[in-house]
Design a binder for this molecule. Structure first.
Ligand code: TR5
Length: 142
């Protein structure tokens, strides 16, 4: 409610911001990504190994927009919840982003994004890396 209130002053609010605000009570409850991992909800897989799964974002913000997630959440709701025990999976996720970027032919470059918490516009509390590419990115981001 506090987060929603802080947004009410804005004249317009993107749907992604609304989703992030509505999801602004981070907890360890199962998310839509658990259902995707269990194949209860379909997704378009681009990469999978024993530790991570990558699939196309349902609302792509670039010609290539892929989400890379750990198969086991282990309390990793977002990057801000990372503990020392997560260092290996964090490295694995980042390295996987590079492997997929190559696989997708993003040879001119790409962008990695990790949204964290309400101010970071995070809407799904299961850590994920966004891999975006296939167009010229702008800086600073919105
Ligand atoms: O906002 P954050 O950083 O938390 O990113 C969450 C991402 O999950 C957004 O880019 C959404 O577009 C994406 N998303 C949400 C759903 C979904 C998805 N990507 C693939 N498939 C999805 N399904 C089936 N359902 C969603 N609710």
């Amino acid at each position: 409610i506090r987060v929603l209130g802080s947004h009410l002053g804005a004249i317009s609010m993107a749907s992604s911001e609304i989703e992030a605000a509505l999801a602004a009570t981070p907890d360890d409850a199962p998310t839509i990504f658990d259902k995707i991992l269990k194949k209860e909800i379909p997704s378009t897989a681009v990469y999978e190994d024993d530790k991570v799964y990558a699939f196309r974002d349902v609302s792509p913000q670039a010609p290539t927009h892929i989400l890379i997630i750990p198969k086991v959440k282990d309390g990793l709701l977002g990057l801000s919840k990372a503990e020392v025990r997560h260092i290996e999976i964090l490295g694995h996720l980042l390295y996987t982003a590079k492997v997929i970027a190559k696989q997708e032919g993003l040879d001119d470059g790409f962008r990695i994004v990790i949204n964290d918490g309400p101010a970071g516009c995070q809407s799904v509390y299961h850590l994920h890396i966004h891999l975006l590419g296939g167009r010229q990115m702008n800086w600073p981001p919105g």
